[in-house]
Design a binder for this molecule. Structure first.
Ligand code: SF4
Length: 79
């Protein structure tokens, strides 16, 4: 596969994300720590009360995927 093929593949992934919604899988979140994903969100779409699983403001979320990559237990993901 050429390097151009890789770019095309990545472009398709971004397009697919537009039809998906960010979700929190609470069972994957140990809910015993300050969520590291909250502070990486560029639009302040994640919030956390105490050590609970983070909440998503879907009106703010721009689907950049940063929080998904930051969560070590993969509790955040697009469905
Ligand atoms: S996908 Fe991006 S904009 Fe949406 S909550 Fe995660 S970090 Fe914030």
């Amino acid at each position: 596969m050429s390097i151009f093929g890789l770019f095309e593949k990545n472009d398709k992934k971004v397009k697919d994300l537009s039809n998906k919604t960010l979700r929190v899988q609470k069972l994957r979140c140990p809910q015993n720590h300050k969520c590291p994903a909250v502070r990486v969100c560029p639009v302040d779409a994640l919030s956390q009360s105490k050590f609970e699983a983070p909440k998503i403001d879907l009106k703010k979320c721009i689907k950049c995927g940063k929080c998904v990559r930051y969560c070590p237990t993969r509790a955040l993901g697009f469905e």
